[in-house]
Design a binder for this molecule. Structure first.
Ligand SMILES: *Cc1c(COP(=O)(O)O)cnc(C)c1O
Length: 381
């Protein structure tokens, strides 16, 4: 059976161009990028050009892009690194209740170190209100972190406005752009953000590499201590081939972004129309503009929690519950509870996330499978 992959928000397959670009750096050009001999310089130059290309894609300077091992590390570094570098100014941080665990749990961890965290609520579309941010700001607030786009329901947050508000109050602003990057074209200078996290495996790049954009002049403590790699801010021998793959994949994603988005939005619309039913409702911002092109969060009302997802898997369709990261646990999704779902309904929810590699046939087959499952469940077996 051909499996239909509709879980691009969890991870994407590596694109062929990135694989081809990486291969020489896994074999022939294996040297340490910091070695001064000939081969070392070849590696070093590859990392330089990866950094340049990534910087260009997001509107940053090369010197503002720092490689990390993942989006999670970039998030953790941003939150903890800023907290510790600014603890003499204050110990209050504002974030949202729908953040990815990488941000949320970094904040929870900081509580043990005496930091105070305000978690902003969202409306039933998953949107943070500017008014709420205003009201949460205190004299001792040092950082506001709001995700660019949510990984479960796809809602895009008004980060430019929140960032402006932060700066009016002399507060640093971080955004987790891991889910947004590759689906939304942005420019860090235009957004004005101080820190921004990304991860290669969400835009058809390799797993195991991410990056943190740190605006020039922003003081941050290291998270990973070590040698002089990443201008002394992040230790660890640079995985040259991963930087090459990340840069290649991001370049392609940005080049094709309009074409891909148009195509993916078409597939998404088709899936939404095809599975509409009295027992189906759509979470979040389904018909609005400010939602990621490929993400659909679907509530299957009147079903046993988890049963639709399980039946989809049997039918060869790879979707997920709220998010892949929470799949192993039994905890209800913070995002789905945040937009007002009951615990039971959060477990009746399935996330489909479509990618540029999906076909119209994939969507047709998914619609048929969903219809069959719903019919069977309605008959009570
Ligand atoms: C996937 C994801 C992360 C984590 O990135 P990893 O590279 O898998 O650690 C962080 N934030 C969001 C919004 C994500 O979707």
């Amino acid at each position: 059976m051909k499996r239909i992959y509709l879980d691009h928000a969890a991870t994407t397959p590596l694109c062929k161009e990135a694989l081809d670009a990486m291969q020489p750096y896994m074999t022939e050009y294996f040297a340490n990028a910091d070695s001064t001999h000939f081969l070392g310089q070849e590696s070093g130059n590859a990392v330089l050009s990866s950094r340049d290309n990534i910087a260009k894609c997001i509107g940053a300077k090369s010197s503002e892009v720092y490689f990390t091992s993942s989006g999670s590390e970039a998030d953790s570094w941003a939150i903890k690194g800023i907290a510790f570098a600014n603890k003499n100014k204050g110990k209050h941080i504002i974030t949202t209740e729908i953040e990815h665990p990488a941000v949320y749990n970094a904040c929870e961890w900081l509580k043990k170190e005496g930091f105070d965290i305000s978690y902003l609520k969202v409306n039933n579309k998953g949107l943070v209100s500017i008014e709420d941010v205003k009201n949460a700001i205190r004299k001792d607030t040092i950082l506001i972190s709001v995700m660019f786009a949510n990984n479960e329901i796809g809602t895009i947050e008004p980060i430019k406005e929140i960032c402006e508000l932060a700066h009016e109050n002399n507060i640093l602003f971080h955004t987790d752009a891991v889910q947004a990057t590759g689906s939304i074209k942005y420019d860090v200078k235009e957004l004005g953000v101080d820190l921004l996290s990304l991860s290669a495996h969400k835009f058809f790049g390799p797993k195991g590499i991410g990056a943190l954009y740190i605006k020039e002049g922003v003081k941050i403590d290291p998270l990973v201590n070590g040698g002089e790699q990443e201008r002394g801010k992040r230790g660890g021998t640079t995985p040259v081939y991963l930087t090459v793959g990340m840069a290649k994949a991001l370049g392609i994603a940005i080049k094709d972004i309009e074409k891909n988005n148009k195509y993916v939005i078409g597939l998404r619309q088709k899936l939404i129309e095809g599975i509409k039913d009295e027992d189906v409702s759509f979470n979040g911002n389904v018909d609005a503009e400010n939602v990621l092109p490929g993400t659909i969060s679907v509530l299957f009302k009147n079903t046993l929690p988890g049963i639709v997802l399980h039946n989809l898997d049997i039918a060869g369709i790879e979707a997920s519950a709220g998010s892949a990261c929470a799949a192993a646990s039994d905890k209800p999704s913070r995002t789905l509870l945040g937009i007002g779902l009951s615990e039971e309904d959060s477990k009746r929810t399935v996330r489909f996330s479509i990618g540029k590699d999906n076909t119209i046939e994939d969507i047709d087959n998914t619609i048929q499978a969903v219809k069959k499952i719903l019919e069977r469940l309605k008959k009570g077996n």
